[in-house]
Design a protein around this ligand. Structure first.
Ligand code: SF4
Length: 638
């Protein structure tokens, strides 16, 4: 995890909001009602409300103007609560309703009634127009005094009042409340206070007051109409002028957090986890040195690839051939992170390659990206994948273009195999023409060949490791795949290629290996987890592909190591089935968790990342390149 952003301890939904949302979700799932209405917004968060609307929930904005509702419909009372007159109206009109008022708001209703019954004049500390305060007002006979500042205390005529009873809006400022009470006590002899600011609010406010000044900037996540979020923002702003209110991912773009890290990220009580996570990622991206490095060089690499194709296409007359070359170019340049070619450049700069001779490193970087495209085309054929980077896979493009013209059912596949080969030769041609000394070129070509030999070996293991019929003892597929296909291919060899172009020998290549390999392994393990359990912090989307395909990933191999006897037999029976049922997949996931394998692998990821970070720390390179590498780690593990 990045230390650029520190998350508040008190984050996302408070228990009251969670309770309301769980209730409404249960109602939706029950499918008991034809229509579901919310009386006011159940919570003050735009994204959550939009999600609920998308599920068919309708909102009645004015709680005092409830239109006729169809039969078999249900009305849900919001978490902020309503006055007794609203319940009366609902009962008179025989409207079926369910109450999701937070218990802590109900406590305020009771508190103000108790105070009035004991002859205290009711006073509410809060915002006059807030739904919660409007609701509280309804529980007393007198029209209560509503105050939100010490200045307002001075403007009120207290002469006819002997004793006052004070309650607060659940999300009122806890420190401001003390000042207002002191000011009232100067006017009135008998003051009774029932502290009704809810505990989740107090904890959040206290935390932000304590932390805001410890960080370079503060981001407060929540909707603009959320009272408690606004208060958190006000409190933080007083302590730290670099405090930003962020309601959506889009709003992150208005600010530049990159110069203001570390950042303290807090949220209102109605901000969903996925929103916080997305905003956090967006901020991290903004302040990520690797992405800035990428901004400087990715376009240069892409421009070089375009030039290579342009040069080739000049000599091509045939329409079909031109189409194939155009498709290859399009495939190569589809949006991607360009990690491998950027690491070539990182290796070149970090180990002090001459800036004036960067064109050779750019050519190698472009060549590495073209090699990547070639391997993806072949991978997609093996996997029979229909899509790649959100677009049609290369064999699908070829199939669509040429299948009508031939009896060959495999024309798309055949053309894609050759198209992939062509890319390989183009990449090799570009790499072999670099203008460097023979010594440097030989070293580079040695690493270039090693890289793709190991990658192919890794692919062989990968092919063996899928759709197996039974355990193959002693094989250790995941270890080989992760090392060869990820660590070497994605991290280690791209850096080595860049390093080889500098002609320097100051760094032992084993040192580079010790930095690159743990990162690659951690990245692959994290990918394996996502392929089974979905990404942490997202909407729960899960992708079961590795289980469906029966792939021997680190999760499966470690689970098998842990199990024994009948339990192991049962797991094997499910996992090695060709057609797994939904229950099989669910049970396999459960067993991976229950055996503790998931936690073990997560711990292993952290350990590997720390190893990589520690080793880069002791490397004799400029700080700027260390920071780029640290941020690459963040980016890969985000
Ligand atoms: S902020 Fe407090 S009163 Fe409001 S819903 Fe959450 S727990 Fe309940």
């Amino acid at each position: 995890m990045s230390s650029k952003i520190v998350l508040a301890q008190q984050l996302s939904f408070c228990f009251g909001v969670k309770k309301s949302l769980d209730l409404i979700e249960k109602i939706i799932q029950s499918k008991k009602y034809k229509e579901i209405y919310m009386l006011g917004e159940i919570i003050h968060n735009t994204q959550v409300i939009n999600d609920l609307k998308a599920k068919g929930i309708k909102i009645i904005k004015d709680i005092h103007k409830i239109p006729p509702l169809p039969q078999d419909s249900l009305l849900v009372i919001q978490s902020h609560g309503v006055g007794p007159e609203v319940y009366e109206k609902l009962n008179q009109r025989n409207i079926t309703y369910i109450d999701s008022t937070c218990p802590l708001v109900k406590r305020i209703h009771k508190a103000i009634q108790t105070l009035e019954q004991a002859n205290y004049f009711p006073v509410i500390l809060g915002s006059r127009n807030h739904t919660e305060v409007i609701g509280i007002k309804g529980y007393v006979q007198h029209t209560p005094i509503i105050i939100k500042s010490t200045e307002e205390v001075e403007k009120i005529d207290w002469n006819k009042i002997d004793k006052v009873g004070i309650v607060m809006q659940s999300t009122f400022f806890y420190d401001k409340a003390d000042d207002i009470i002191k000011a009232i006590k100067k006017k009135i002899k008998e003051v009774k206070v029932i502290d009704t600011i809810c505990n989740p609010t107090k904890l959040r406010q206290k935390e932000i007051v304590k932390e805001a000044s410890q960080f370079k900037s503060v981001a407060v996540v929540g909707s603009h109409n959320s009272s408690n979020t606004n208060k958190l923002y006000d409190l933080a702003k007083k302590k730290n002028k670099n405090t930003y209110f962020i309601a959506s991912e889009k709003e992150v773009e208005q600010y530049d957090f990159s110069k203001n890290t570390p950042i303290f990220l807090a949220s209102g009580a109605s901000a969903p986890t996925y929103l916080i996570q997305n905003i956090k990622n967006k901020i991290l991206q903004q302040s990520n040195n690797f992405l800035k490095f990428s901004k400087d060089y990715a376009l240069v690499i892409e421009k070089r690839i375009k030039e290579v194709f342009l040069e080739k296409k000049k000599k091509i007359k045939d329409k079909d051939m031109k189409f194939i070359f155009d498709s290859m170019q399009e495939f190569c340049l589809r949006p991607g992170k360009r990690i491998r070619p950027l690491l070539v450049l990182w290796g070149y700069f970090a180990f002090r390659g001459e800036k004036s001779k960067i064109h050779s490193a750019i050519d190698v970087a472009a060549s590495v990206e073209m090699m990547h495209a070639f391997l993806l085309i072949h991978d997609d054929i093996i996997d029979e994948a229909k899509l790649r980077r959100g677009e049609k896979s290369f064999h699908s493009v070829m199939n669509e273009a040429f299948s009508e013209r031939t009896y060959n059912k495999n024309v798309g596949r055949d053309l894609a195999i050759v198209g992939g080969d062509l890319l390989y030769f183009l990449a090799l041609e570009l790499a072999s023409q670099i203008q460097v000394s023979l010594k440097k070129k030989n070293k580079f070509l040695e690493y270039f060949s090693q890289c793709y030999t190991y990658t192919a070996e890794g692919q062989l293991y990968d092919t063996f490791a899928s759709q197996l019929k039974q355990v193959e003892p002693g094989k250790n597929y995941s270890k080989n795949i992760n090392l060869l296909k990820t660590s070497y291919y994605t991290i280690y060899y791209p850096i080595l290629m860049g390093y080889s172009l500098t002609g320097k020998t100051s760094v032992n290549i084993q040192t580079i290996e010790k930095i690159a390999v743990p990162l690659g392994l951690a990245f692959q393990m994290r990918d394996d987890i996502i392929s089974v359990f979905g990404k942490e912090g997202d909407t729960g989307k899960s992708n079961d592909s590795d289980i469906v395909e029966g792939k021997m990933t680190v999760l499966i191999e470690k689970t098998l190591e842990t199990l024994s006897g009948d339990k192991k037999k049962r797991f094997e029976k499910m996992f090695f089935k060709q057609q797994k049922t939904k229950k099989d997949i669910k049970d396999i996931k459960e067993i991976i968790k229950k055996t503790g394998t998931l936690d073990v692998v997560k711990k292993e990821i952290t350990k590997l990342l720390n190893q990589s970070k520690k080793r880069i720390e002791s490397l004799n390179i400029q700080l700027v390149y260390k920071n780029i590498f640290y941020d690459l780690i963040d980016l890969l593990i985000l």
